[in-house]
Design a protein around this ligand. Structure first.
Ligand code: ADP
Length: 232
């Protein structure tokens, strides 16, 4: 499998208001890559990420994700595609009535994992994000950064080839954000491809990783050791 993400001249026009959100985007991410996706609000970052988990369809060009051509993926095949990736969003999305442990365990159940293996995986992932000690807490008892760590553990429990994060530190203070970014880098170091849309200038400038910039729906920059490139 040469690339985990491959876009060829992809365009997206939303039917509502005839908005062209992306134009002629060609992009490759190999297995194990880490990249930040940056750009002004409304540039098309979320649209690009949604393309990857088939929440939005390309109206031009073609794309493949995790070795699979998904340009015209059938709706019934989308759940299987999403099981191959972890998705982390800004709002954590934890189930409020369930503990930390149960939230991550629930993802294992959705994946149809056998109980014994699920318990091992939940433990391993919570440990990795530093949340095992809080496994009996409910989401409301946790800080935003802690909730996001749990959301990351949940996204990773199925050992996905790809982790997609859309503004994972959007609600967090700089220090907490830095911790979340470190956790994402550690996950990448294990071989998972990680793509993170972010406005976290501090982290992007400090970490000097690959930076893909989208401006007005077009690919403006793709730099190996890039900077954020915008005022905060
Ligand atoms: P970003 O994530 O960089 O802030 P988005 O991908 O959310 O940008 O949006 C890109 C453009 O597409 C914006 O002009 C936005 O208003 C428009 N857009 C996003 N979602 C929709 C939608 N569902 N219908 C119509 N237009 C949309």
């Amino acid at each position: 499998m040469p690339f985990v993400i491959e876009l060829k001249s992809v365009g997206v026009t939303y039917p509502t208001g005839n908005v062209t959100a992306l134009k002629d985007i060609s992009l490759h991410l190999p297995a194990g890559a880490f990249a930040f996706l940056v750009g002004p609000t409304g540039a098309g970052k979320s649209t690009l990420l949604k393309l990857l988990y088939a929440d939005v369809r390309a109206t031009e060009g073609s794309l493949s994700v995790a070795g699979r051509e998904i340009t015209r993926i059938a709706s019934k095949e989308i759940p299987a595609l999403r099981r191959q990736m972890g998705i982390v969003l800004q709002d954590y999305g934890l189930l409020p009535q369930r503990t930390v442990w149960e939230n991550v365990m629930f993802a294992c159940e959705v994946l149809g994992m056998v109980r014994k293996e699920a318990r091992l995986r939940v433990r391993e992932r919570l440990e990795q994000v530093g949340m095992l000690a809080r496994c009996d807490a409910f989401p409301a008892q946790l800080s935003g950064g802690e909730q996001q760590r749990v959301a990351i553990a949940r996204a990773l429990v199925g050992k996905p080839a790809l982790l997609i994060a859309d503004e994972p530190t959007g609600n967090l203070d700089p220090e907490t954000s830095a911790g979340i970014m470190e956790a994402l880098l550690a996950i990448c170091a294990e071989g998972t491809t990680v793509l993170v849309a972010t406005h976290d200038k501090n982290s992007v400038d400090r970490l000097r990783r690959r930076v893909i910039a989208i401006e007005r729906g077009t690919l403006a920059r793709d730099e190996a050791e890039g900077a954020y490139g915008y005022a905060e």
